[in-house]
Structure formats: C-alpha cells, structure tokens
Write a protein that binds this ligand. Structure first.
Ligand code: C2E
Ligand code: MG
Ligand code: MG
Ligand code: MG
Length: 285
C-alpha cells in the first residue's frame, strides 16, 4: 500500500515539470527587464534574387545581449516563452523595430527591399495583430507589400480557422505571408492547401543535404517546381556553399538566403555592410 501511495504521489508531483515552470517564470521576468533595458536587438540576414544577385530583402532575427550570459540565441529562450504574454510583447517589439528599419531602408532608396518578420504561432490567433500591423504601417509610412510575415506549421496546432481569418486580414493590408521551414512538419502539403500564402521557404535541412543526398535534391527541385506552378515565390534557406547556390540557380529557385551569401548582420553594422557589399546593384557573394 505504501508503494502504491508513493507511485500515485509521483504522478502528482513531477519534479522536472515543476522545474520547467520555475524556469519559465524566471525567464519571463528576466525578459521583461531586458526589454526595458534595451538588451534585445535585431540581426538582419540578406536574401538575394538568384537570377541576378540583387538584394531582395532581409529576415529580421531577434538577439538578446544578456548582461551575464552574453549573446543568447533565440532558440535558447523563445521556445520557453511560447504561450506566455512575453512572447507577444517580444513579437510586437520585433515587428515595430523591423518596420522602423524598413522605413529607413525605403527612405535610403532601397524601395523594393523586403523585411521578413518571424511570428510565433500564437500571434495568428491574436486579434490585436492586424490592428497593430496597420498602425505600424501608418506610423512609419512603409509600403505594406515590403512586409512579409513568416509562420511555421505550428499555427495548425492552434485554431486553424482563426489563423486563416487573421492571415486573410493581414493579406488584405497588402502584406505577404511566408511559410517558414517548409518540409519539416508532418502535414506540409495539406497545410499549404489550407493556408493562404505568398512565399514558401524551403527548410535548410534539405539544402544541407542536396549535394550528397539524391532524395534531398529531388525534394528541393520538386518543391521549387510545385511552388512555381502554384504561383507562389520560393526562398531556399541555409545556403552554405557555392555549389548549392549554383545548382539552386539552375533549378530556377527565385531567392536564396544563407551563410554563404551572408550571416545575419547586427543592426548596428547594417549601413556599413550595405555600402561594402553592394556593387552595381548586386550583392557581392
Ligand atoms: P528561422 O526563422 O528558420 O531563421 C533562420 C535561422 O537559420 C536563423 O537562426 C539563422 O541565423 C539561421 N541560418 C541562416 N542561414 C544559415 C546557414 O547557412 N546555415 C545555418 N546552419 N544556419 C543558418 P536564429 O537567428 O538562431 O533563429 C532561430 C529561429 O528562432 C528562427 O528560425 C525563428 O524560428 C526563431 N526566431 C528568430 N527571431 C525571431 C523573432 O523575432 N520572433 C519569433 N517568433 N521567432 C524568431
Ligand atoms: Mg524565419
Ligand atoms: Mg526558416
Ligand atoms: Mg528554422
């Protein structure tokens, strides 16, 4: 009987679960302080048009310069903040800063350069998203067609009908929707059918394998063809080698992004980098 009691109490008190909740609460309050103390900043990763090497846009990536822990990558804190109110605050902070930067780029003459912004799945069920986006477009006088919002398959886990309604409102503003990390989930094709999108980003795991692995290469080329026939734009992520860039160009992949083209650039270095990396309108790879 004592054994049974121990067994059942173990179910009610799972120490690792409790530890996770404690960590999450700690992290949430740390992030709140960090936002006030300007510890967050953006890194911008260029995307280029593979047919002519012109700069086509940037993806805004969140960075946290923590006073004790140094530079913390988003994968170390964003997953823990998911479904907390802090996640929304961070997503909205990124949106405002990325759109402010876009307005500076437009004013500097980069009229066709896009700004891609990652949003957590929860924002696609957030009724405050569309009005906030509209307010930012107005406040910073940017061209809405230059704003791309990236989502991942996890929006499917939430309320899909609600997500589709929010996506339609966003597209009605003139902004674009990009499906991130395409091909990594379990329901990629049904998800493509359900979600009204403009851009598909092929996950970097397929690009990483495309030179050595026949199946990865086939997935990449057939995705490019399928996306093209659906009338959508395609971006290859995670290009790390010259040969990948060359073959993606031959496969008529429209856009590319990856360390071989450029690592994400800290926002403080952006303008100097633009001056040194663009020659005759072309990004120097
Ligand atoms: P993601 O949206 O798929 O972003 C691409 C990630 O791949 C970035 O990592 C980028 O630095 C990295 N990357 C780019 N090119 C290469 C390459 O050639 N090779 C390799 N190995 N990696 C490459 P990062 O910045 O650590 O971001 C990780 C993830 O965190 C992002 O994946 C995105 O899902 C999320 N994230 C980043 N910023 C935000 C944000 O502001 N809001 C939200 N909700 N999520 C964000
Ligand atoms: Mg992304
Ligand atoms: Mg991605
Ligand atoms: Mg990814």
């Amino acid at each position: 009987e004592a054994k049974l009691e121990r067994g059942s109490s173990y179910c009610f008190f799972n120490p690792s679960m409790n530890h996770k909740i404690v960590k999450q609460v700690e992290l949430e309050s740390e992030a709140r302080v960090a936002l006030k103390e300007h510890q967050f900043f953006l890194a911008l990763q260029p995307q280029i048009d593979l047919s002519n090497n012109r700069l086509s846009g940037f993806e805004a990536l969140l960075r946290w310069r923590h006073p004790q822990r140094g530079l913390v990558p988003p994968g170390d804190f964003l997953p823990l903040l998911e479904n907390t109110s802090m996640m929304t605050e961070l997503d909205f902070w990124v949106m405002e800063h990325a759109i402010e930067l876009l307005s500076k780029l437009e004013k500097a003459g980069y009229n066709d350069v896009k700004m891609a912004i990652n949003l957590s799945a929860a924002q696609f069920a957030n009724s405050a998203l569309q009005p906030y986006l509209m307010e930012l477009i107005d406040l910073y006088s940017v061209n809405p067609k230059n704003i791309e919002l990236e989502l991942t398959e996890t929006v499917l886990v939430a309320d899909i009908e609600r997500a589709v309604a929010v996506i339609q409102q966003i597209r009605a503003l003139g902004c674009k929707i990009a499906v991130d990390d395409f091909g990594t989930g379990y329901s990629s094709l049904s998800y493509l059918k359900m979600i009204p999108s403009d851009i598909i980003k092929i996950d970097r795991s397929f690009i990483a394998g495309m030179l050595e692995t026949e199946s990865d290469r086939n997935i990449v080329s057939s995705t490019i063809n399928m996306v093209g026939s659906m009338g959508l734009e395609v971006v290859a992520e995670g290009i790390e080698q010259a040969q990948q860039l060359k073959e993606l160009g031959a496969m008529q992949c429209q856009y590319g992004q990856g360390y071989y083209i450029s690592k994400p650039i800290d926002e403080s270095l952006l303008w100097n980098t633009l001056e040194s990396k663009i020659f005759n309108g072309r990004w120097l790879v």
